[in-house]
Design a protein around this ligand. Structure first.
Ligand SMILES: C[S@@+](CC[C@H](N)C(=O)[O-])C[C@H]1O[C@@H](n2cnc3c(N)ncnc32)[C@H](O)[C@@H]1O
Length: 207
C-alpha cells in the first residue's frame, strides 16, 4: 500500500515535470498546503535559506512567487522596521493566503502584489535583493524574468534562486548559471547540499 502510494507520487511528479516543460504550470493553489508542510524544514531550513540570500535590516526586497507566504513572514521580519518586502504572486488565491498569513503574523513592512513577473510593472533599480524559492521552473519565459529582475535591482543588488531536487520544476544550477551569465549577472555565492541549493547573482555595480 505504502509502496503503491509512493510510486503514485513519483509517477505524478514525473508527469507534472514532463508537462511543465511543455506548458507553464504553476503550483495550483489547492496544493498550497504542501508548501506549508513542516517536513520542508528538514531539507530546506528557512533560516539557512534566508542566511544564504543574505537579507539585512533596512533592505528593500522583492520576493517572486511567495505562494502561501511561507518564506514571506520570516523574510519580512529580517528586514526590520526600516526594510520592506514586496511579494509578487501570479495566482490571486495564493496572494490572498500570503496576505492573510502576513496579517496574522502582525507584519506591517510587507505587501503582496498580484502579477506575472514577466509582465507586471517593476520599478527599475528599486531593490537590494530579489529572491525566488522554487519558482523559476514555473515561469515559462525564464530569460525574460531574469532580465526584468536584473533591471529591478539596484546596481550591486542580488538575485537569488533556491531550488530543491524532487520539485517537478527543479532547475539545475548549471542552467541557472548559464541564464544569469547571459543576462550580465555575476555569480555571488552558493550554499546548500546535493538536495537543495541557494545561488546568488549580483547585478554589476556599473551594469
Ligand atoms: C512552488 S510555489 C513556491 C512558493 C514559495 N516560494 C515557497 O517557497 O513556499 C511557486 C509559486 O510561484 C508562483 N509563480 C509561478 N509563476 C509565476 C510568475 N510568472 N510570476 C509570479 N509568481 C509566479 C506560483 O503561483 C506559486 O505560488
Amino acid at each position: 500500500m505504502v509502496v503503491a502510494a509512493a510510486a503514485g507520487l513519483v509517477a505524478g511528479a514525473l508527469a507534472w515535470r514532463y508537462a511543465s516543460r511543455r506548458w507553464s504550470l504553476p503550483c495550483p493553489a489547492m496544493l498550497g498546503w504542501v508548501l506549508d508542510l513542516q517536513f520542508r524544514e528538514l531539507v530546506l531550513p528557512t533560516s539557512r535559506v534566508l542566511d544564504c540570500i543574505g537579507l539585512q535590516p533596512g533592505q528593500r526586497v522583492l520576493e517572486v512567487g511567495p505562494g502561501t507566504g511561507y518564506m514571506s513572514v520570516p523574510a519580512a521580519r529580517r528586514l526590520g522596521e526600516t526594510g520592506r518586502l514586496v511579494a509578487l504572486e501570479l495566482q490571486p488565491e495564493m496572494a490572498r493566503r500570503a496576505r492573510e498569513r502576513l496579517a496574522a503574523a502582525g507584519i506591517t513592512n510587507a505587501e503582496v502584489r498580484e502579477g506575472d513577473v514577466t509582465s507586471a510593472p517593476l520599478e527599475p533599480q528599486a531593490y537590494d535583493v530579489a529572491f525566488l524559492v522554487t519558482v523559476l521552473g514555473e515561469i515559462r519565459d525564464r530569460d525574460l524574468a531574469i532580465a526584468r529582475l536584473r533591471d529591478a535591482l539596484k546596481p550591486g543588488g542580488i538575485l537569488s534562486f533556491t531550488e530543491i531536487v524532487g520539485d517537478p520544476h527543479y532547475q539545475r544550477y548549471d542552467d541557472v548559471l548559464r541564464r544569469c551569465l547571459a543576462a550580465g549577472l555575476e555569480p555571488a555565492g552558493r550554499c546548500g547540499s546535493w538536495l537543495a541549493y541557494t545561488a546568488n547573482f549580483r547585478r554589476p555595480a556599473a551594469g
